[in-house]
Design a protein. Structure first.
Lengths: 321, 325
């Protein structure tokens, strides 16, 4: 284990955590509106998986997409500005929280129709293969997307045409409030769904960033070499509600359950790993906390001081002229 | 060169695929079967299975795949066996293809064509006989084309393939076998430009796709009664060339719109609204629409005939316009 490497992973996860906490705060202040789905509790998956790919690979996600976008290296200021609906946002304020897109980083977007972006992921993989560029596609989605028809159509095409796409299922065990047992026939083994199409699948502890990255490195290598799809079920838990409209524990789950899951907070787990290995000190964490705090504060300041789009922007970008 | 509508589409795609290796064809039965309506005859032999892809019967899956490929810079042509099956891909078309440009603030684009036959053929019953162009025209971000002649089909399909936006290209099963003169050599027809197919000065008839042929037949008959109808084919339904239609109505003072689709919220209602805004003062009477009947298409021939606009209905609509003025 390497000190710099571990602290870098920690820093990325901490950035997402603090960014999300600040987003919730900004939502309460009505600086952010609409739907806001926080990634708190699931950071290890985006950070671990994206650490395993190349800059020219593609990443695509669902509506809970801030974590993937930040892990891909997007400027937190431009991400926050997008949440604020500002002209300086990644998408000029036209996408918002659920549709972050950063094309320069091949971050192809957040999509908010459950299951609808899995076919897009197969298309990105098809293009990568068509051009023989050796790229792979990371496609993130929640377990709620797995039973959707579009997901199955995508699994079948990916397996049939041997497309270099890695389906990363973030299994946080709840749709909004509907538990997985009430939504998926194979609820105890979601990965089996993919195997039934001949797609290799594995399950990983999605709270352990090192485990996620280690698995993903192997998976990415295989997919790049064999050009076949892969399915990874990352077991995780959403510490916050489904969206800002939903409290952390509503009628559908108890405070005790949430508290119990929080003991396996991915940020704290990595922190403990680093401390146990003697590769970092409280002073290091304090320093990182300070740095990340400054980045998030600067992002808010940038977003707040940025202008809203001019009215003339309304009809821009509907078509390529 | 006298060729069929089917052959015109085949030539357009073949020329564009030879010209640009980013273009590929994907859909059910487009390869070894040569296309359900034989539009892609000879394609898999010429371009190989990497560029002519037979898909499973999963419209959302393969349309979504094509959209993803377009986001990455390829130029797919999606063949829907019919637009009825395109309903299964509506989420992909409406929520992804049409919106990705806008949602990304102009970072991404989706250059693809989704083509196939719409409207009724003969006795295919309710699920295979629908004119859904108004649905697509309703959605910002899409362009919609519905050519009637082989010449227009070829030139517009080539333009559609080169267009950097998602284009819905609606053909018709009953047009595939129709023949017409097509210009020799390389040509394209700009998207968004209507054409006056018959010059007249008494009444304007706007009609597209199969209904254009009906309108032209009706115009011939009207001429024998001494009514000179001007027939305008929008060819592109979105963006609509209102200027050309308005210019015609300014001259004739009368407008009849013929469409095969359902009456309620049909495309003709939109055309009429636009024209009222543009040329109200030039109109000698109300705009009249001839449309399909608001029923699921019946199978049996007499009822099917009753559900689709025909020559007598176009003629009586035109005569009615004259009675009122």
């Amino acid at each position: 284990m390497d000190r710099q490497d571990l602290l870098s992973l920690y820093r990325q996860m901490l950035l997402i955590r603090r960014f999300e906490e600040k987003s919730a705060e900004m939502y309460a202040l009505a600086k952010i509106a609409g739907f806001l789905h926080l990634y708190i509790g699931e950071e290890a998956i985006a950070v671990g998986a994206i650490a395993a790919i190349r800059p020219d690979d593609y990443v695509i996600s669902a509506y809970r997409d801030h974590g993937h976008c930040l892990a891909r290296g997007s400027d937190p200021g431009r991400v926050m500005a997008e949440l604020f609906g500002k002209a300086t946002g990644l998408c000029k304020g036209k996408g918002g929280s659920m549709h972050l897109i950063d094309a320069r980083r091949n971050f192809m977007g957040g999509y908010a129709i459950v299951g609808g972006h899995l076919p897009l992921a197969t298309g990105l993989a098809f293009a990568a293969q068509y051009r023989k560029r050796g790229q792979v596609v990371l496609c993130f989605f929640g377990e709620g997307a797995v039973p959707s028809g579009q997901a199955h159509e995508a699994f079948n095409l990916a397996a049939l045409w041997k497309l270099p796409v890695i389906f990363v299922c973030e299994n946080n065990r709840y749709a909004m409030g509907t538990p997985i047992k009430l939504g998926i026939a194979l609820y105890s083994n979601v990965a089996e769904t993919a195997r039934s199409y001949g797609i290799q699948a594995e399950r990983v502890d999605g709270m352990d960033v090192l485990a996620v990255r280690a698995l993903m490195r192997g998976v990415v290598e295989k997919v790049r070499a064999t050009q076949g799809p892969y399915f990874v079920e990352a077991m995780t838990y959403r510490f916050m509600g489904h969206s800002m409209a939903d409290p952390a524990h509503g009628h559908y789950r108890t405070k005790e359950e949430v508290d119990e899951e929080r003991k396996r907070d991915p940020v704290l787990l990595l922190r403990q790993t680093i401390l146990n290995a003697g590769l970092g000190t409280e002073a290091d964490f304090k320093q990182l906390e300070k740095e990340v705090g400054e980045i998030v504060a600067a992002a808010v300041k940038f977003a707040d001081e940025s202008p809203f789009p001019a009215p003339s922007a309304l009809y821009e970008d509907v078509y390529v002229e | 060169m006298l060729i069929s509508y089917r052959e015109a589409l085949n030539q357009a795609m073949r020329e564009e695929m030879r010209r640009d290796d980013r273009v590929f064809l994907i859909g059910e039965e487009v390869g070894y079967y040569q296309g359900a309506f034989k539009v892609s005859k000879g394609f898999v032999e010429e371009f190989g299975p990497q560029r002519v892809l037979d898909t499973p019967i999963t419209e959302a899956g393969f349309t979504g795949l094509a959209i993803g490929a377009a986001m990455a810079g390829l130029h797919p042509i999606v063949e829907l066996m019919t637009f009825n099956f395109g309903i299964l891909a509506l989420d992909q078309i409406v929520n992804n293809a049409a919106k990705i440009r806008y949602m990304s603030g102009g970072q991404l684009s989706v250059p693809l064509v989704i083509r196939g036959p719409g409207s009724a053929a003969h006795q295919l019953a309710a699920q295979h006989s629908q004119s859904l162009e108004a649905w697509f025209c309703h959605v910002p971000g899409l362009k919609v084309i519905a050519p009637a002649t082989p010449h227009d089909a070829k030139g517009l399909l080539k333009s559609a393939i080169r267009d950097p936006n998602p284009v819905i290209f609606i053909e018709a099963q009953l047009l595939y076998g129709t023949k017409g003169e097509v210009a020799e050599g390389e040509y394209t027809i700009p998207i968004g430009r209507a054409e006056v197919k018959r010059i007249g000065h008494d009444v304007t008839i706007v009609a597209y796709s199969k209904m254009l042929l009906l309108a032209l037949e009706a115009a011939d008959e009207l001429a024998r009664e001494g009514i000179q109808a001007e027939v305008v084919d929008p060819r592109t339904l979105k963006p609509l060339d209102l200027e050309t239609i308005a210019a015609s109505v300014k001259k004739t003072g009368r407008l009849v719109i013929v469409e095969e689709g359902w009456r309620v919220a049909g495309l003709g209602a939109q055309i009429a609204e636009s024209l009222y805004t543009l040329v109200f003062d030039y109109l000698d009477g109300p705009i009249v629409r001839v449309t399909g009947e608001d029923v699921p298409m019946p199978y049996t021939r007499p009822l099917e005939d009753a559900a689709i606009p025909d020559r007598p209905r176009v003629l009586s609509a035109v005569r009615a316009v004259f009675k009122r003025t």
